[in-house]
Design a protein around this ligand. Sequence first.
Ligand SMILES: Cc1cc2nc3c(=O)[nH]c(=O)nc-3n(C[C@H](O)[C@H](O)[C@H](O)COP(=O)(O)O)c2cc1C
Length: 420
Amino acid sequence: MKRVDDFRLRFGKTELVPIMTGGMGVDISTAELALVSARLGGIGHISDAMVPTVSDRRFKTRFVKEKQKKYKYNVANLNKSDIHFDLERLAEATKLHVGRTMEAKQGDGLIFINCMEKLTMNSPRGTLQVRLSAAMDGGIDGITLSAGLHLGSLALVADHPRFRDVKFGIIVSSLRALLLFLRKSARLERLPDYIIVEGPLAGGHLGFGMDWAQYDLKTIVDEIIRYLKQENLDIPVIPAGGIFTGSDAVEFFENGAAAVQVATRFTVTKECGLPDKVKQEYFRANEDDIEVNMISPTGYPMRMLRNSPAIGAGIRPNCEAYGYLLDGNGNCAYIEAYNRELEKHPDEENISVKDKTCLCTHMRNFEIWTCGQLAWRLKDTSLRHADGRYQLLDAEHVFQDYQFSTDDHIRLPEPEGPTA
Ligand SMILES: Cc1cc2nc3c(=O)[nH]c(=O)nc-3n(C[C@H](O)[C@H](O)[C@H](O)COP(=O)(O)O)c2cc1C
């Protein structure tokens, strides 16, 4: 019976434990969480979603306050097209977040950053270029391009001195999306160093429509591996979404995958950025508490717990402080939805917006409880204490459970108090 530790992910001469923890924005994948994966010889992700906010929380900087002050005059204005990010400050925040994380790295593993194209920040190209190059300046080991096709992303940093040194990977949910990306990257003679194939059971945004349930990760992974073989392309393929035990991972390795990306099982670890109260919600969730809906203004379906406070909330758009989802014309689907409801109910103090949510504010405040489809199994990965609370796990424990378990077995932690 094989286990994950019988396999290795190879990047040239570098050998890694083939476990990658996913980049969960906004700071759900904290530096602490990523550092554990790297210390244990795998790959940990941080996320570049809303880094100025993350930096303020982590380093007591004042990036958000400054931006809010600059655009204070616009708060009551329903039009947000005036709001722009100061690119120097954005670079500073990214370098700080990445740089401090890399300084703290120990062990043989790597730290990557997850970079979402959908964070268009009212200047898609300019802001993406700054985020990518600042992460490279900050010493990041690799960049995972996500939430978008990224057809122009590599070209934005082709002149960066670390362009051929930093590992670049892309997240795709179909061979078709991969082919589009490969065509572009071939022109720069810079093929991706790894390909993450994210299936329909993943957390966060999905690369499928609301018909996600008709797709299956294994089929997509097989198709992509077959294509790469046929083209003699030796690029590691890394499945993600619903890989809950070491044995699930081994099954993919035996069919040609090079590593797995996992996330949901780490949401209930001490190192994860979610507040402890929210981690208990994840533990308690049952299968019918998990839904996929269209409330994200990105236009992608998103999976979350049904009782996420953001669902149906009607807060005033907070683009003066955040504004990460403003498209190149200063629009966001939430602003439109909010303005529509405001017009319909001009005298109501608290309006409710059902079809869209203010993703920036609610992700920032951990009020969108996004999770993978198998989050309902988290309760089987820990102990329930006498007071009804579940025991939080060490990220090291979860990582090593993936690494060493066999027969779909999940190792429970040592009790830290009287159990129920
Ligand atoms: C709480 C949470 C937040 C996530 N946020 C992001 C994100 O910001 N960007 C991204 O590309 N993927 C995100 N994901 C997807 C994961 O990185 C990962 O690919 C996927 O969830 C793996 O499946 P699993 O959760 O079933 O292990 C998120 C997943 C979770 C559970």
